[in-house]
Design a protein around this ligand. Structure first.
Ligand SMILES: [Fe+2]
Length: 131
């Protein structure tokens, strides 16, 4: 069973970003299943790497559109993206070094961060970016 599923209430009314958010949900679910199934560090590391690169791609897509739309909340929004990216990169580094393992706690952190960020921060750009 998936850890969490997409719901229309998460929509930010920018279809491209909803699609990207769904892909992030899929990647977190994939990571969760792989952990539950006891997959190797190599397999988990590959999914973590994909999650990070897709997250970077997605954050930069959001930031580009916010710049174009002259969105007033850009700076604060960017700070949230940067803090999250930093945290996840630190985790990846420790994971690859073998000083931490992937845990339920980390998966829940990823899931909660994504949902809270979409609901609390991304949704604020909807009136500025929605077409
Ligand atoms: Fe965002």
């Amino acid at each position: 069973m998936a850890l969490f599923t997409w719901s229309d209430e998460y929509s930010v009314n920018v279809s491209g970003f909803d699609t990207q958010h769904k892909k992030l949900v899929d990647l977190i679910n994939e990571l969760h299943s792989a952990m539950k199934e006891g997959k190797s560090k190599e397999v988990l590391g590959k999914i973590i790497g994909e999650l990070i690169s897709y997250t970077k791609f997605h954050f930069s897509a959001e930031e580009t559109l916010m710049v174009q739309a002259k969105y007033p909340g850009l700076a604060k929004h960017k700070e949230e993206h940067e803090a999250f990216t930093k945290k996840v990169l630190e985790f990846e580094e420790k994971f690859q070094r073998g000083s931490v393992v992937l845990s339920q706690e980390i998966i829940l952190f990823l899931k909660d961060w994504l949902i809270n960020h979409i609901q609390g921060t991304d949704k604020k750009y909807s009136p500025f970016l929605a077409k």
